[in-house]
Ligand binder design. Structure first.
Ligand code: ADP
Ligand code: ZN
Length: 634
């Protein structure tokens, strides 16, 4: 964003005080800190290093933005924010400028003229925050500029966002992050704060060593996202299930549908469009400008469904993503949690929905088996996949399992499919033995192997060409499973694969017993399976977000008819402003802030300033307009 040199900086310390809470209230318009924000901000403002682990939507940005303002007001100069996401810098900076905080970014999209202007703002120390990608920061030119700032005592802070990019363990690894150890080596007295939503121990340890944060204080927040409802359904006809989910529960909502392959992304997006939804594809195979256009539309327009591979999502801070749906199984719980975490950053009810089936298990297992990685690495991946499969097959609270995976203890949440609708189970021990012994018989027969489809035909006593071709109607196991439906059999096989008693091999995914199958065959292992069922429809209202979790969650506000009218008028006004400023609407005001205005009908600037999300700068810039819009809407 082009900056004018006349852009006013935030009110000075002498007018508002430089204490963190005063800044939160004055600049951002929020009444109170959440969770550990206050401790983190105090520590960093005082010059300490910090590593912050907080779930998506937890409020990481303020953890470095407030210290940057505090230190700027103490004339400590410019905070440098390292962010991997050039495409999002414009909006991040726009949001700060809207709040009256002088910020800018340096990246390759700027003209020479704008670049020079921003560099002057930076070198003068007037800038509060400067965003740049790591590869920019480590250029000789920038290093020299930072040296000069440092010599004059104007280098206030380094914030390293998405710090897990430094770790090779995640799929977000960025080579350029490795160069960031220069920050500590070159300017050891400048405080650093590294932030990430990736919680696992390996990544954490990696961040600490690679960024040399050994002496940093580590702040670990609860990873619970109480407003997200987790549901995992058994795949039957995935597309239809998805459509039903979208129509019944998310008509007109913005959300993300994750698929594994580019092809499936394209097909699913096209199909959803045919069904009358506005869906856009996003994957790494699309041109950069198409990707940017789709991302911008998702951020700026209402109710867009983004159908995407995992290439989409990091750093997307759209607060009102109402659902994240998975049509394919992610790699592990870390990925699942990070992807689903993009829903409901605003704290209002949101859904994480996944359809999962036998083929998913088979595919994920095969991808690991066939990858060229070291055996030790594969073992790690397999055990991570197993944890995800156990989550998918679970009959008990999904959240308890998710949080336990991240080392947190909790009790049943009341806001996941299994809590709301405890699934019936059936004893599949006998059925499992039948399936395994049938596979054993195939094998006895000249070592032959078959896939799930044929096995189920034999178990159910179906006479197909293939059955007669191999003489399988002669087997003692032919027809012994006629009492179960094909879907039930698929469930049994899926669980046997998920639990590692069966594995699949080769191009045709033929089934093979593993050593542990023997225990099942001997009846030593009891298997309890969920009865396949579609979650019953539920309305959009009456969803209760779990209380607690250490964070205040704004409830979605109920508005009467007049309130609704005022709300609509405010949204129309906001759309106008957002267009003029070329920013997403939520950067101007969040929905929750507008809803509160519509409900409380503030009659003066003073009253308006008391609404959460209305800071001093926005009050000054928009206050009168808002009062006018409210007055006209009546
Ligand atoms: P993260 O980067 O951790 O995913 P953000 O920094 O984007 O999360 O914050 C998520 C949302 O919560 C944002 O819309 C932000 O404005 C809001 N938020 C953060 N801290 C507070 C607070 N103390 N009070 C009210 N809203 C907050
Ligand atoms: Zn639950």
């Amino acid at each position: 964003m082009p900056v004018s040199e006349a852009t006013p900086t935030a009110p000075t310390a002498s007018t508002t005080g430089g204490a963190p809470l005063a800044i939160l209230q004055q600049v951002f318009g929020y009444p109170a800190f959440r969770g550990q924000q206050q401790d983190i901000i105090q520590h960093v403002s005082a010059g300490g290093d910090a590593l912050v682990l907080m779930p998506t939507g937890g409020g990481k940005s303020l953890c470095y933005q407030v210290p940057a303002i505090v230190r700027h007001r103490r004339e400590q100069g410019v905070a440098i924010v390292v962010s991997p996401l050039i495409a999002l810098m414009h909006d991040q900076v726009g949001a700060l400028e809207e709040a009256g905080v002088h910020a800018a970014f340096l990246n390759s999209t700027l003209t020479l003229d704008d670049t020079q202007k921003i560099e002057r703002e930076m070198m003068s120390g007037r800038l509060v925050l400067l965003y740049a990608a790591p590869e920019r920061i480590t250029t000789p030119r920038m290093l020299a500029q930072l040296d000069s700032l440092h010599e004059r005592g104007l280098l206030s802070l380094f914030a390293i966002d998405e710090a897990h990019c430094v770790s090779q363990w995640g799929h977000d690894f960025r080579e350029d992050y490795l160069g960031l150890n220069v920050l500590h080596e070159r300017w050891p007295d400048v405080p650093r704060i590294a932030l990430t939503a990736t919680a696992d121990d390996l990544t954490r340890a990696d961040i600490i060593t690679r960024l040399q944060l050994q002496t940093a204080r580590v702040f670990i927040s609860s990873f619970d996202r109480p407003n997200i409802r987790y549901s995992i359904v058994e795949k039957d006809e995935a597309r239809k299930q998805l459509l039903r989910f979208l129509r019944d529960e998310h008509e007109g909502d913005a959300g993300i549908v994750y698929c594994q392959s580019r092809k499936k992304v394209e097909e699913t997006a096209a199909w959803l469009n045919d069904e009358g939804l506005t869906a856009l594809p996003y994957h790494a195979g699309l041109d950069a400008d198409v990707r940017k256009r789709h991302q911008d539309r998702f951020l700026r327009e209402d109710g867009i469904v983004m159908v995407a591979t995992i290439a989409f999502g990091m750093g997307i801070d759209k607060p009102d993503v109402r659902f994240v749906a998975h049509l394919d199984l992610p790699k592990n719980i870390e990925s699942y949690y990070q992807e689903t975490g993009r829903a409901g950053r605003d704290g209002a009810p949101a859904d994480a929905w996944m359809a999962y089936g036998l083929a998913d298990v088979v595919n994920q297992r095969r991808m690991i088996d066939e990858s060229p990685a070291e055996e030790e690495f594969k073992r790690g991946q397999r055990s991570k996949l197993d944890a995800l499969l156990a989550l998918a097959e679970a009959h008990d609270c999904r959240r308890v399992r998710l949080l336990a995976y991240f080392g947190e203890e909790s009790s049943p949440c009341g806001n996941c499919d299994n809590c709301l609708n405890p699934p019936a189970t059936w004893d599949a021990t006998e059925a499992s033995r039948k399936a395994l012994s049938c596979i054993y018989r195939f094998h006895q027969n000249r070592g032959q192997r078959f896939g799930a489809g044929h096995l189920i035909d034999v178990l159910r006593g179906k006479v197909t060409d293939k059955v007669t071709q191999y003489g399988h109607e002669q087997l003692s196991t032919f027809g012994i499973g006629a009492d179960l439906s094909e879907t039930q059999w698929r469930g049994v096989l899926r669980q046997l694969i998920a639990l590692g008693h069966l594995r699949t091999e080769g191009e045709y995914n033929t089934l093979e017993l593993t050593p542990s199958a023997r225990e099942v065959l001997k009846g030593e292992v009891a298997l309890l399976l969920r009865v396949p069922s579609e979650a019953p429809k539920r309305g959009r209202t009456g969803r209760v977000a779990k209380a607690g979790g250490g964070r205040e969650k704004p409830a979605p506000i109920a508005l009467d008819d007049d309130g609704q009218r005022r709300y609509a008028a405010l949204k129309a006004w906001r759309a106008e402003v957002a267009r003029e400023h070329n920013l997403p609407a939520y950067v101007v005001f969040h929905d929750a802030t507008l809803a509160e205005m519509a409900r409380d009908q503030p009659g003066s600037l003073d009253e308006l300033g008391g609404i959460s999300g209305v800071g001093a700068k926005k009050l000054e810039a928009y206050g009168r307009e808002i009062l006018r819009v409210l007055g006209e809407a009546g």
